[in-house]
Design a protein around this ligand. Structure first.
Ligand SMILES: Nc1ncnc2c1ncn2[C@@H]1O[C@H](COP(=O)(O)OP(=O)(O)O)[C@@H](O)[C@H]1O
Ligand SMILES: [Mg+2]
Length: 240
């Protein structure tokens, strides 16, 4: 892999459920160190695109290249081993397990205790509240804190790229702000992020680059700021 090669190239992905195609030759690229935001109306295929990239759906056309290797159709656990972590929509935590146990679950592919301990320290540095509440059952935490558990779990394997599907969905305004602040902090700490967001304006505001999907197709792409200022993007997707 050359120095300026993208970390992730998903190109020409056609995928769907059963016989129905939802994505039509969708392409998304992420470079190391970037935040890339994917926006678009409900049902545009954003979650489907993420699921296809991380191996939950096999594409009918196209390919996924991660870190220089073709990973198209690879099983999700093997994709994770390559360094691509995925935080699904809905801040899924194990409610009866403690914060610490939830985080340890994220390291299930890791056997080296020292590396797990180091990963935990990194997560607690980024999310101090998780360190303070490590013995608390995850199900008793607030929505925003549960989202931090879900993100922290994805960080336990020291991934090269973290894909987050709707990290702010359903959170109260205070926690929405907190999650977006955390994403910016994660970038500053050296993580590379790609996210899907219905909170389009905020997602573009923190993004190096953004994509707009519509009806399963690429509709617009460009620097976050450019998309944010684009009159058509504004009118169609940012509520004027
Ligand atoms: N598991 C599924 N089975 C069948 N159709 C699905 C499934 N998940 C999503 N869809 C359909 O795929 C389309 C795109 O959904 P999705 O990728 O979730 O969109 P977005 O994340 O942009 O809101 C929608 O029409 C949705 O109804
Ligand atoms: Mg979705």
């Amino acid at each position: 892999m050359t120095a300026d090669a993208p970390l992730l190239v998903a190109e020409d992905l056609t995928a769907g459920y059963g016989r129905m195609d939802i994505l039509h030759r969708v392409s998304l690229t992420v470079h190391e160190g970037e935040i890339v935001s994917v926006i678009g109306p409900n049902g545009a295929g954003k979650s489907t695109a993420f699921k296809t990239i991380v191996g939950f759906l096999a594409p009918r056309t196209g390919r996924v290249v991660f870190n220089g290797d073709v990973i198209t159709g690879l099983r999700p656990d093997l994709v994770l081993r390559r360094g691509l972590a995925y935080v699904p929509q809905g801040r899924i935590v194990f409610p009866q397990m403690t914060v610490l146990e939830n985080l340890e679950m994220g390291a299930y592919i890791e056997r080296d205790g020292g590396r797990i301990a180091a990963a935990l320290e990194r997560v607690f540095a980024l999310f101090p509240v998780l360190g303070e509440r490590r013995r608390q059952k995850a199900g008793t935490m607030s929505g925003g804190e549960q989202q931090m558990v879900a993100i922290g779990r994805a960080l336990m394997t020291a991934p090269r790229l973290i894909m987050l599907d709707e990290p702010s969905l359903g959170l109260s305004p205070k926690f929405v702000t907190q999650i977006f602040d955390k994403l910016v902090e994660m970038k500053a700490a050296g993580f590379t992020l790609m996210l899907v967001e219905q909170n389009a304006a905020r997602a573009l505001a923190i993004a190096d680059r953004g994509y707009v999907l519509e009806l399963g197709r690429n509709r617009f792409e460009g620097p976050g700021r450019t998309l944010l200022d684009d009159p058509e993007v504004k009118r169609l997707y940012l509520g004027g």
